[in-house]
Design a protein around this ligand. Structure first.
Ligand SMILES: NC(=O)c1ccc[n+]([C@@H]2O[C@H](COP(=O)([O-])OP(=O)(O)OC[C@H]3O[C@@H](n4cnc5c(N)ncnc54)[C@H](OP(=O)(O)O)[C@@H]3O)[C@@H](O)[C@H]2O)c1
Length: 320
């Protein structure tokens, strides 16, 4: 792959995933080189990426040979790693390993994707107890912070951490299976928000656009941990927007868990964060929509616009 300052090459982890796929396409649209590994070269997503010129090789995050081959010749790195809720050390160790291989291969800029919740465990700013994550969630958030630290400590010239809110795609297949099928089956969403707490929704394509902007403007974004959302409606407003997009006359209703119900879910080992964690009520404390709109050329995507763009996914998910 030939690279130049105008057309650098980027190694994208989770390239076949929602954010990664969008990022690969946007980078290819710019004429940049894109490399990635996948565990399945024949998946529909992998095939689609190869068709737009992404150089995919078979491998996973533990395959150092595949990582080294992919990273050699790349200038930039995007790191998005799935959490491991059984072993909170595994993913930070993977991040450290990937960063070391990237540094040795000559990568100079890294952009990491973690989660908005990382703000709730920021060192030196003890959150008020109402904002504090529960004992299980806190381990997940600390693992995300350790992923961030591995990238920050990686010795790159530029680093940026994107901390996204709640993916709009969670309301659609396949992510609806991450704990949100109640919306489709019962027309309700039982969650640990309140009627008045803004839901930090993010379009995964917007996250990819932030990553592209960061790769294009390393100095502007260097050293930032940026909370990334696209819109912040109330939960019931979001459900009304979704119901209107489904368009078959159904209504969707938010059910808000009390503090006691959240505590009970936590005591039972609840790991579905939006069904047991009151701290998600404070997501909007960590975002600045006005700044985000200024940083992203073309502005942010509303939930309504997302659902219009993804109307085939809405049909597939809700059977209309
Ligand atoms: N959903 C939310 O609301 C939300 C909110 C905040 C943050 N996040 C974060 O967003 C990230 C998920 O991003 P996404 O939704 O774009 O991902 P995704 O669509 O779930 O895709 C997962 C990706 O991970 C890759 N993968 C899985 N296991 C792998 C392994 N062992 N080795 C190499 N690759 C592996 C898959 O690639 P192959 O199968 O092709 O190899 C695939 O590209 C997570 O870190 C999550 O914590 C999500």
């Amino acid at each position: 792959m030939s690279t130049s300052p105008e057309t650098p090459a980027v190694f994208v982890t989770s390239a076949t995933g929602s954010v990664g796929s969008a990022l690969c396409r946007q980078l290819r649209d710019l004429g940049w080189g894109v490399r990635a590994t996948t565990q399945n070269l024949d998946s529909p997503s992998a095939k689609a990426l190869q068709e737009v010129g992404v150089e995919l090789t078979l491998g996973d995050w533990d395959n150092e040979e595949a990582l080294r081959a992919g990273l050699t010749g790349c200038d930039k790195l995007f790191v998005c790693l799935l959490p491991d809720l059984q072993d909170f050390n595994k993913v930070p160790n993977r991040a450290k390993n990937i960063a070391a291989i990237a540094k040795a291969a000559g990568v100079r800029q890294v952009v990491g994707l973690t989660t908005l919740g990382a703000f709730a465990v920021e060192e030196g700013s003890e959150p008020p107890s109402a904002h504090a994550p529960g004992p299980f969630f806190v381990q997940h958030l600390h693992a995300k912070k350790r992923v961030e630290q591995a990238l920050i400590d990686g010795g790159f010239d530029h680093w940026t951490i994107l901390r996204p809110g709640f993916f709009m795609a969670n309301f659609l297949e396949p992510k609806i299976h991450m704990g949100y099928t109640e919306i489709r089956e019962n027309g309700t969403w039982t969650n640990s928000m309140t009627a008045s707490s803004p839901l930090g929704l993010v379009d995964h394509v917007d996250i990819a656009r932030f990553a592209v902007a960061t790769f294009q403007n390393p100095d502007t974004f260097h050293g930032r941990r940026l909370g990334v959302v696209s819109e912040e409606p109330l939960v019931q407003e979001a459900l009304d927007t979704l119901a209107a997009a489904i368009g078959d006359g159904r209504s969707l209703k938010a059910n808000f868990l009390s503090d006691e119900e959240c505590a009970k879910a936590q005591a039972e080992g609840g790991w579905r964060f939006f069904s047991s964690e009151p701290c998600v009520r404070y997501m909007a404390d960590y975002t600045n929509l006005e700044e985000l709109n200024k940083l992203l050329p073309g502005g942010l995507t509303t939930f309504k616009e997302f659902l219009e763009r993804e109307k085939e996914g809405v049909k597939e998910t809700y059977g209309v």
